[in-house]
Design a protein around this ligand. Sequence first.
Ligand code: SAH
Length: 279
Amino acid sequence: MNYLQHPNISAPFSGQLDSVDRARASQIGKVFLVGAGPGDAELLTVKALRIIQSADIIFYDYLVSAEIRSLFPKTTPAIYVGKAKNQHSIAQEELNQLLVQQALSGFTVCRIKGGDPFVFGRGGEELMELRSAGVESEVVPGITSASGCATYADIPLTHRGVSQGCTFVTGHAEKSLDVNWSALAQLNHTLVFYMGLTRAGDITRELLNAGMDSHTPVAIIENGCRKNQRNIITELNDLSDAVLREQVQSPALIIVGQVVNLKAELALVIEQQAMSLSA
Ligand code: SAH
């Protein structure tokens, strides 16, 4: 499918903006690489919202939630340049050129992507390209999905006496995962796997081989910070089975570590309070 015909495009885009749009465009273009956060529109930063509202053109990817897309002004061309797994609507080089071309034409461009642009978001690569082409550009950080999803699931990523750190790992790889598993297993702190769904079996096997306890608690969080967020709580030895059994869909995060148990502890506190109030 031609990306310009993607059903999610909220306004027609002919590749050229008309004269009215052109008049709106500022003299010196600029590209903002904006983090949209994990889904809930209320997790957008004030700055992100301001750029969405004032840009001449918006380029968005598949992780930008429908709720956030509904905030795009109806009069601003919004182009889908998504990168769902195996469904690249546009090549990265083509997109980079498009951003450069729009900015050099004098437009303020909002390139918005899920979470934080600098966390597994290719924000660094895009920024490098833009700056190499002499385009003024700025990155607006967003709440990364590890932070948003864990928080909405009542799982603190670190907790005094439970986990003194947190490591973000990508489960995305062309072939085998290039990760130092024994180092990860020995950290004894929270591990968050992005893009790990199709690699759940490898993650389980490698962590077990590296000596991690098979009963280590695990949370799989699907559609985090959206109305249909689903939290699946299990143990490391059941991770890949749980992904299949529960038919977990993308986007989903995998959190491994003792902090996952805090979810149940926090729920217990609420229960005990309710019981003491009704007693
Ligand atoms: N830049 C993004 C990450 C992009 S990589 C960020 O900072 O969050 C894409 C991966 O992020 C997905 O495969 C999934 O593992 C995770 N992810 C992004 N949004 C998510 C959401 N709302 N719920 C669960 N996982 C999410």
